[in-house]
Design a protein around this ligand. Structure first.
Ligand code: HEM
Length: 410
């Protein structure tokens, strides 16, 4: 049962896929609308190809090739300069934390320390709080009749939720959210440095507080972590906390905005999702396949090797285009179609693969489910503003920068 189709299946333009790959940059703002058409054409011709952009990298678009690179941590390091998570805050590479982009034992130690805070059971415990936050934010919107939902809703809820997991009090969560958003939203290096310093000082104060008065929360767990045989340093803890906030916030906010866009463009699907819990659950998983919020992250080659028949040398940087893997016709017969009845025979890669597979996926699923349910209940007649521009983004993160909507005032 196909309930809805997304963008038309990618049309190949006739341009040589190697030329398309050569000029492809995921950080080019101009590609947002057509990224999956271009990636599809590249993937069908050359699933591993070189790009001359961003000082040169290897663009990996095929499912098998991406899965192989993500799993073979002995040949491909998660550390990458300028393509991966760090590129989210382009000018602040030092903000990269010691987990996403580290390997082997160092990475395993952090992962083991944090995993108990991200189990399905712990995620389920957050549901009530997520619902309360959604209702509070929506309460302010109900008397209005229009808003940019990206700014007014989807970006508001996730930082408060990850703030709670970390152990911040209610008032502190609001500050955390404000400081984090000022930092990510900085438009110049100077602005980013200033906002980053204020944010770091705020976090440092809480790290010291947790050290003096530990609780059973994620921040206390990180503060008392022992990694590589020594206590984690303050600067590592600040970066690690920034990572957890960014990983929990930017991804979920953008995934939710994309989900709303898909629902508003497809009334039948929306009705079904609003009416049936099972349909909502299937919708969230299919969304992460079809439009994963983490669209592309990087790896670095550590040894002479090959991928998809392409020889690689140490130092070569790879870009793993997760969203392209999820539409690979060798694995998903109709990858460009959004459908609720996928059999799941081939797991999608929207949560990543291998040792770095998303730690927060259970929490993200809960957040998306609750955010969508509460939104559809609270704002009757929700629709896109006619003539208003929805601004989609593509990069490390796929999302929606502006989502102007209107609804019936009650
Ligand atoms: C829809 C929302 C989300 C999506 C699509 C998503 C996707 C991903 C992907 C693809 C990766 C792997 C990146 C790579 O291997 O290069 C990843 C890693 C990670 N995610 Fe998520 N994520 C989401 C939400 C969250 C949330 C809510 C958290 C909570 C803090 C989170 C925490 C993490 C962490 C800590 C890692 C790094 C894991 C490691 O290096 O071992 N994510 N995520």
């Amino acid at each position: 049962m196909v309930l809805q189709t997304g963008g038309a299946a990618a049309q190949d333009s006739g341009t040589d896929p190697r030329d398309l790959a050569w000029s492809f940059s995921h950080l080019d703002p101009a590609i947002a609308e057509t990224a999956y058409d271009t990636l599809g054409a590249i993937r069908r011709g050359c699933p591993v190809a070189r790009s001359g952009e961003l000082d040169g990298f290897v663009l990996v678009t095929g499912y098998d090739e991406i899965r192989e690179a993500a799993r073979a941590s002995d040949r491909f390091s998660a550390h990458v300069d300028g393509l991966g998570a760090a590129a989210v805050v382009t000018e602040m590479r030092e903000a990269v934390a010691p987990m996403f982009e580290t390997d082997e034992e160092h990475h395993h130690q952090w992962r083991r320390l944090l995993q108990d805070f991200f189990t399905p059971a712990v995620a389920a415990e957050q549901e009530q709080y997520v619902r309360a936050v959604c209702r509070e934010v929506l309460q302010e919107l109900i008397p209005r009749s229009e808003a940019d939902l990206a700014e007014a809703y989807t970006q508001q809820v996730p930082p408060l939720v990850i703030g709670r997991v970390l152990g911040f009090t209610e008032l502190e969560r609001a500050w955390l959210s404000e400081h984090a958003r000022a930092f990510y939203g900085a438009e110049t290096l100077t602005e980013a440095r200033q906002a980053g310093q204020i944010y770091a000082d705020f976090l440092l104060e809480h790290i010291h507080e947790s050290r003096a008065h530990p609780n059973r929360d994620l921040l206390s767990q990180m503060v008392f972590s022992e990694v590589d045989g020594r206590a984690a340093r303050d600067d590592e803890l600040v970066k690690m906390t920034m990572l957890m906030v960014a990983a929990g916030h930017l991804t979920t906010a953008d995934a939710c905005a994309t989900a709303i866009l898909v629902l508003l463009e497809n009334p039948v699907l929306r009705e079904l999702v609003a009416a049936e819990a099972a349909a909502l659950e299937a919708f969230v998983e299919e969304l992460v396949r079809y439009e994963p919020a983490v669209a592309a992250t990087g790896r670095t080659v550590t040894t002479e090797t090959e991928l998809g028949g392409v020889p690689l040398s140490p130092g070569d940087r790879l870009l793993l285009a997760w969203g392209s893997a999820n539409r690979d016709e060798r694995v998903f017969a109709d990858g460009d179609v959004f459908r609720l009845d996928r059999d799941g025979a081939a797991p999608h890669l929207g949560w990543g693969a291998g040792e770095h597979r998303c730690l927060g996926r259970h929490l993200a699923r809960v957040e998306l489910r609750v955010m969508l349910t509460e939104l559809l209940r609270a704002l009757p007649g929700l629709r896109l503003q006619s003539g208003a521009a929805v601004r989609r983004t593509f990069g490390v993160i796929r999302g929606v920068a502006a989502l102007p909507v209107q609804w019936e005032r009650r």
